[in-house]
Structures are given as C-alpha cells and as structure tokens.
Design a protein around this ligand. Structure first.
Ligand code: NAP
Ligand code: F7E
Length: 397
C-alpha cells in the first residue's frame, strides 16, 4: 500500500525527510513560476529558475524574491536557458544538482497557438521532451534521484467526452496548444514507465491571480473594469462570452505540484475547484463589484474567437483530495474580487501619474495600452480569421 502524504506530513516526516531540497523551475518568470518559487523558498528549498534572455526585464513577478547573488545565504538563482536548448538544460542540471524539476515553461496562450502552431509545439511538446531527455541523461550519469513535475492542462480535454473531467477522461484537444500538451503528457507517462523516472502530470484547470498575464480573459476583464471605473478606458473588446471554465486561484494550485513530488509513487492528478462559470458570470462579478453594468462597455470582436473552442471545463479533483489531501481555499467570487482589488490599486497609481503629467512607469499600461493594442492586433488578425467559418454563436461544433 503506497504511503500518501499530505502537506503537513510531507514537510516533516517520511524516508525522504533528509533529501537535499533543490528545485529547478522552468517558466519561473510566469504566473505559476512566481507562486511556486515563493512556496518552495518558504519550505526551505534552494530554488533555481530557467529564464529566457530578453532585451527587456521579465522578472517583475519574482522581483520581491530576488536576492543579489553577492549576498550570503542566497537561495534563489536564475540561469539563462530555453526549453528549445536541450544541451543548455543538461548543463543547468549538472550545475544545480536539482532534486526536483518543475516544467512550467510554455507558450501558454491558446488563441496565440493558432497563430504560432509550430513554435507552440516546439516549446510545449519538444521543449518537454528536451527536458526529459536531459533529466534522464543527468540521472543516469550522476546516479542522483530526480523528480519531475509536468504542467499539463485541462485544455487537453477540449471537446469534452464527459462532464466533469477526471484522470480517466479521454483527451480531445482543440488547439495547437492542447495538441502539444497532449504530446508532452504522454511523453511524461512513457518516461515514467520506460525509464522508471519519478515523473508526474498535474492536469490543472484554469487558475488565475493578480499576476495573471493581461491577455487571459480574467485579467483582461479585471484590468479593463478598474480602468473603466477610473475613466481611463471606455470599452472592452472580448470574444466568446458563453465559454465556461473551472477557475481557481494560482496560489492554491502550486501546492499540489509540490505534493505530487513528495508521494511514494509518481502519478497524474486533476487539480480543479469543481465549479464552472461562464465569461458572462465573470463579467457580472467583476463589473458588479465596481457597481458597473458590463453590458454598457463590452463589445464583441471576433478576433478573439478561436477556430475551435472549448465550450466547458469542469474538473473532478477527488483523487487529489483523497491522496494529496489538497483542497482549494479561494472561491470564484473571492478570486475575482482579489483581482479587482489588485487592479484597482494599479489603475489608481496609473491615474495618479497620468493626472500629474508624468505618463506611466516603464512596463505599465498607458492610455493607449490594452484598448488600442488590442484594437491594433484585431486589425492585423481580422482578415485571416474572416476566412474561418466561425461567427458569434456558431462556433460550437
Ligand atoms: P505563463 O504566465 O504564460 O508563463 C509561462 C512561462 O514560460 C514564462 O516564464 C515564459 O517566459 C516561459 N517560457 C515560454 N517559452 C519558453 C521557452 N521556450 N523556454 C523556457 N521558458 C519559456 O504561464 P502560467 O499561467 O504561469 O502557466 C504555467 C504552466 O502551466 C504553463 O506550462 C501552462 O501551459 C500551464 N498551465 C497553465 C494553466 C493556467 O490556467 N494558468 C492551466 C494549466 C496548465 P517569459 O517570461 O520569458 O515569457
Ligand atoms: O480564455 C474566452 C476564450 O485565454 C478563457 C491558459 O492558461 O487555461 C488558459 O487557457 C475563455 C476561452 O484561457 C476572450 O474563448 C472570451 O473560452 O483566459 P483564456 P484558456 O484558453 O482557457 C488553460 C487551462 C491553459 O492551459 C492555458 O495555458 O475565455 N474569451 N473573450 C477570451 N479569452 C481571451 N484570452 N481573450 C478574450 O478577449
């Protein structure tokens, strides 16, 4: 009978209590990477992050955790690398001697994956394979025990075969992103079965936070609603308002990533809240919190429709409850309010600077930001998508 470990038990007991605690995170600059990094540092881990070289800073989400490497006792270190560079990943493994590897790096935007299918497949599918190969080689040559977490996605269920979805529900991917995630999922299972790698898939349903990228629908809505409230934006363009998602809080969802790697045996787990809500309901809560009627401000732009849509996602996380002892702590309404509060603070700062004639700080959105950038994007993308036989209300198959 395998021993199951909840968070409290895993932190204090068990045969692996004396293991070195060194984590390597790809995608550390992303939403989940930042929460996971925080969580692991609090657990006493030495954390190494893989980040891509960029001409601008991409470390805003981990700025509060960063320590200058010249200080003593530094436990967070960043390494330049890319999932497309297998040899670079192999070198980072040797240099860090990581005991747990969390693969969160990805081109993670579903709509964008229709514009960049090959790049998305390279980063998501081949990137995961590159990392698995680097890991297998590292383990075999060093003899060190390494555990691997893969950021799998509820998008793999796509045109869902059943509601709710659990670990046994068949996949039916509906985007280049989802197809690439299915490939990565099965590579992880195969490395576990073929090479005995301790490798787990976390099949995570949508999770959001104030750190969510601003082009995902939750953050796009909370950013716009707060800016509209302060008179800094006058409308919001969206796509399919009927889609339903099982939205949870990202801070909650990094806990089971770690828990999966503390179990006696590797396995795959669905992580979800067990509630689903439409984009319309999201609009009701977000704008309602600010005493605004979203119907006055929201317009439909078909650029944001997808050639193939995922209509409904609803997860059944019974296995994670029973085996990992994990449950979400933040409700849908509290999540949206948390994001509204954080974005209201951002909008107020933005407005203060604009009113004082200073524009905004670097990296912040100015008056010609989300609204006009999205409008510009839609002009670029519209002709291509005109040819796709989807229209509002007709895109469901
Ligand atoms: P995110 O905010 O978009 O972050 C993605 C991260 O991946 C960023 O740090 C990005 O770096 C990095 N990255 C992109 N391409 C890379 C490459 N070629 N090599 C190395 N790093 C690369 O995504 P997230 O919401 O934190 O999600 C984390 C992971 O969970 C992703 O794999 C996503 O597909 C998956 N997932 C997310 C959800 C969700 O609801 N959030 C649900 C299920 C699964 P830059 O900062 O340089 O762009
Ligand atoms: O869309 C609809 C859209 O882009 C949610 C990623 O983290 O979760 C995420 O993928 C829904 C879709 O997330 C707009 O059509 C309407 O039905 O916020 P999203 P996603 O596609 O569910 C999964 C689990 C992942 O793994 C992914 O990495 O909202 N929607 N209007 C819109 N979506 C966007 N982005 N923008 C709109 O204007």
């Amino acid at each position: 009978m395998p021993m199951n470990r909840t968070e409290a038990e895993a932190a204090t007991a068990g045969p692996d209590a004396g293991r070195r605690k060194v984590a390597l995170i790809t995608g550390i600059t992303g939403q989940d990477g930042s929460y996971l990094c925080e969580f692991l540092l609090n657990k006493g881990y030495e954390v190494h992050g893989v980040m891509r070289r960029s001409s601008v800073f991409t470390t805003q989400r981990i700025e509060h955790l960063y320590q200058d490497r010249h200080q003593s006792g530094v436990r967070l270190r960043l390494h330049y690398g890319d999932l497309l560079d297998a040899i670079g990943l192999r070198r980072i493994l040797t240099a860090t001697r990581a005991t747990e590897v969390y693969n969160l790096g990805a081109q993670s935007h579903v709509r964008t994956s229709f514009d960049q299918p090959i790049y998305t497949a390279e980063a998501v599918a081949m990137g995961t394979l590159n990392l698995l190969e680097a890991l297998r080689d590292y383990r075999d040559s060093s003899g060190d025990d390494v555990r691997f977490y893969q950021a799998s996605s509820s998008e793999m269920y796509g045109k869902v075969c059943e509601v709710p979805q659990n670990e046994r529900t068949p996949f039916y991917p509906r985007s280049p992103y989802a197809c690439a995630k299915v490939h990565a999922y099965w590579q992880v299972v195969n490395y576990r079965e073929a090479y005995g790698l301790f490798a787990c898939n976390g099949i995570l349903f949508n999770h959001e936070s104030p750190r969510r990228g601003e082009t995902f629908v939750t953050r796009k809505i909370t950013r716009a609603a707060t800016r509209i409230k302060l008179g800094m934006q006058d409308c919001l363009y969206l796509g399919n308002l009927d889609a339903k998602r099982d939205w949870g809080f990202a801070g909650d969802y990094v806990v089971p990533m770690w828990l999966m790697l503390q179990q006696a045996d590797p396995d795959d787990y669905v992580i979800a809240t067990g509630e689903t809500h439409s984009v319309r309901e999201l609009l009701d809560v977000a704008f309602g919190t600010l005493d605004l009627d979203w119907k006055r401000y929201v317009r439909i732009d078909k650029t944001y429709l997808r050639p193939t849509e995922v209509d409904i996602l609803l997860g059944d996380a019974t296995r994670a409850h029973d085996i990992l002892g994990w449950r979400p702590t933040v409700s849908f309404i509290d999540l949206v309010r948390m994001m509204i509060d954080a974005d209201m603070e951002l909008a107020r700062r933005e407005k203060t600077l604009v009113d004082a004639g200073y524009g905004t700080l670097p990296g912040w959105h100015t008056a010609e930001s989300i609204y006009e950038r999205d409008a510009a994007l839609s002009q670029l993308a519209a002709p291509e998508f005109d040819e796709v036989p989807v229209a509002l209300g007709q895109h469901r198959s």
